[in-house]
Write a protein that binds this ligand. Sequence first.
Ligand SMILES: NC(=O)c1ccc[n+]([C@@H]2O[C@H](COP(=O)([O-])OP(=O)(O)OC[C@H]3O[C@@H](n4cnc5c(N)ncnc54)[C@H](O)[C@@H]3O)[C@@H](O)[C@H]2O)c1
Length: 275
Amino acid sequence: MGPRTEQEQVILVTGAANGIGAAIAELAVARGHRVMLTDVDEVAVLSRARSLGSRAAACVMDIRSSAGWTKAFEAAEAAFGGVDVLVNNAGITHTGIARDLQQQHRDIVEVNLLGTITGVCTALERMTARGHGHIINVCSMTAFLPLPGYATYCATKYGLRAFHHSVAIEERDGPLDFTIIHPPSTRTGMLEQEMADPSCAISFAEKSYAPQQIARAVVDAIATKPVEVVFPPLAGRVQRIAGVFPRLMRRVIPVAEARGRRQREHLLAQPGTDR
Ligand SMILES: NC(=O)c1ccc[n+]([C@@H]2O[C@H](COP(=O)([O-])OP(=O)(O)OC[C@H]3O[C@@H](n4cnc5c(N)ncnc54)[C@H](O)[C@@H]3O)[C@@H](O)[C@H]2O)c1
């Protein structure tokens, strides 16, 4: 079967039970796509898919498992036909300064970096065999700016960006498209976890986004196929540049961190305030 119309793609989304992934699945279904929601959280992913109707289905997958990836692609094929778009969204963080974390360093790398790499490699093989496909990796603005309280998380996102662009260049003469999207702080369970830990107060230096705003950029990208998307569109470019100059980073980040601390205290004192 050849490519489907732009409105009726088959999309496999990881981490689709909650947060940004759930918002992506919801918007994609609303726009007429068919979505295989996958997540390690079985109860949540089944219930999320059920709530989206007949253009959605669910498959339990831990992105660290290569067999899990094969099963998820097969489940999508059985439900809707071959996968046109992979949205590699699942990710975790464990907040805290690096010297206080132990096993968590390895867990973050295994999910955010190795799990996502396994997904890209599975998709490369299956999509290339079908003659088309689009791989969208949900990364992070921390791929440009290393932040205190997030050392290993940032390392995985730096690594993911490098991997993504290396593969896209390797595959430049092939039939696949590649997009990478970098959300800033977004109001999901991940940000709640960060709110509980003062070591990563820098997350609150800027106003956060709603998951639906990130979902719009991801679902729009299915049609427009941008190479890379940063948030906010202008200030995101400035952050990108700051990340290139270590001396500048070391001056600017403590200032942002102090602002984040003040803003976090303010939010904690006034629960319910829009972040
Ligand atoms: N929330 C933010 O502030 C923010 C900012 C930048 C980037 N991101 C990135 O956006 C993506 C989504 O984050 P979110 O904020 O929606 O997080 P979230 O915690 O709300 O949701 C993540 C989902 O991934 C699932 N998941 C976790 N480990 C998994 C695994 N091993 N296999 C399969 N599924 C797994 C969880 O069950 C959950 O449903 C992540 O890659 C994250 O790094 C988030």
